[in-house]
Design a protein around this ligand. Structure first.
Ligand SMILES: NC(=O)c1ccc[n+]([C@@H]2O[C@H](COP(=O)([O-])OP(=O)(O)OC[C@H]3O[C@@H](n4cnc5c(N)ncnc54)[C@H](OP(=O)(O)O)[C@@H]3O)[C@@H](O)[C@H]2O)c1
Length: 327
């Protein structure tokens, strides 16, 4: 195990002065793009947007009062280029619009280390390459900023050509509101691997399969979908709240001893550590990144098929019926 190098930066450690005379070009105006652009502008910084000519999000960016350029032009004008397009489009965006317009002194900012760590993009040495990866969707980044709070984020530097990459990363994190909550230092490698593993095996992939398979098992055994939903899905937020407040051991203290003992003997049988390690090794060796890029090249056929399954399965239909009447 590596020794702990946890370092957390707050507002007092970050100064906006490193971005004061810079133009920040935000490429993409989706979940992160919109939230970060609005927060940076509200922090007093100069922000422009880069989107392809026929992109559907141009309208929203214009309505929010931004000047919108093509990605090429936004890279030419900007000093700080924040790449907030979807990860699987970074390679094409970089080759078509970014690479030829990068000159010494410009910095690239990413919200996920994926395309740098897996070498889909190889920026020149004369560019600072910075990571500011918020731990939450854009909607949360914006909402908490407006409430005077912030979402924590990971920060890292891959290239530090200017010798000021950390200052710029901290300034950017402060501009989006992150240093209010805390910007935590990491590396591109750890963020790329940790983020993919956490979302695939635990938070999004693992959790949804856990809930859905539990629901299916009860329905197949004869329970109504409504009952199965209430037993396996509906209470999830209560358990998560207890874990966040008191830790897992604290959560066990708050549930009944029957639930606690049953959890101790059955939980381990549900989760398969060997499969988790297998997922991690496929992320580490780049297999997942190759599969995702291949999927993108074939028009996301498998992705769309699985997405349709989740939108139309019995669990989703049960949620549609119940969520309006249950609090
Ligand atoms: N969402 C999160 O919770 C979250 C959290 C932390 C980090 N991140 C990271 O943030 C980055 C952006 O993710 P996101 O979730 O914000 O994506 P998103 O919601 O899908 O938005 C992406 C935006 O980029 C636009 N776009 C597509 N191709 C483009 C191009 N060639 N040039 C410029 N813009 C282009 C999209 O337009 P169209 O939709 O019309 O293609 C859209 O406006 C990713 O690196 C992601 O890993 C996301």
């Amino acid at each position: 195990m590596r020794k702990n190098s946890f370092k957390l930066y707050k507002d007092k450690d970050a100064s906006l002065e490193y971005l004061n005379d810079k133009t920040i070009s935000i490429l993409g105006y989706g979940s992160q793009g919109r939230a970060q652009a609005l927060n940076l502008r509200d922090s007093g910084l100069e922000v422009i947007i880069g989107l392809p000519r026929n992109n559907k999000d141009r309208k929203a960016a214009l309505k929010d009062g931004f000047i919108v350029y093509t990605p090429e032009k936004a890279v030419k004008i900007g000093d700080i280029i924040s790449v907030l397009a979807p990860d699987h489009k970074h390679q094409e965006l970089y080759e078509k619009s970014i690479h030829n317009n990068l000159i010494p002194g410009k910095s690239l900012v990413f919200a996920h280390a994926y395309s740098i760590h897996f070498k889909l993009i190889k920026p020149p040495e004369y560019t600072d390459v910075i990571l500011v990866a918020p731990h939450g969707p854009g909607e949360m980044v914006r909402k908490l900023f407006l409430e005077g709070k912030g979402v924590t984020s990971f920060i890292a530097m891959e290239h530090d050509y200017s010798g000021k990459a950390l200052d710029k990363a901290l300034a950017y994190a402060r501009g989006i509101g992150s240093t209010k909550a805390g910007a935590i230092s990491t590396t591109f490698k750890d963020e790329a691997i940790g983020d993919l593993f956490g979302e695939q095996a635990v938070l999004c992939g693992g959790l949804s399969e856990l809930l859905s398979t539990g629901f299916k098992t009860l329905v197949k055994s004869g329970l109504s979908p409504e009952n199965a939903y209430l037993e396996c899905v509906h209470q999830i937020d209560l358990i998560v709240e207890l874990i966040k407040k008191f830790g897992i051991a604290g959560m066990f203290d708050k549930i009944s001893q029957t639930a606690e003992f049953g959890s101790y003997i059955s939980g381990k049988k549900v989760i398969n550590e060997k499969m988790m390690k297998n997922i991690l090794s496929k992320i580490k060796n780049g297999d997942f990144a190759k599969t995702w890029m291949r999927e993108s090249k074939i028009g996301m056929r498998n992705y769309k098929k699985i997405k349709r399954y989740w939108k139309n399965n019995l669990l989703q239909k049960t949620w549609e019926r119940l969520h309006k009447i249950l609090t």
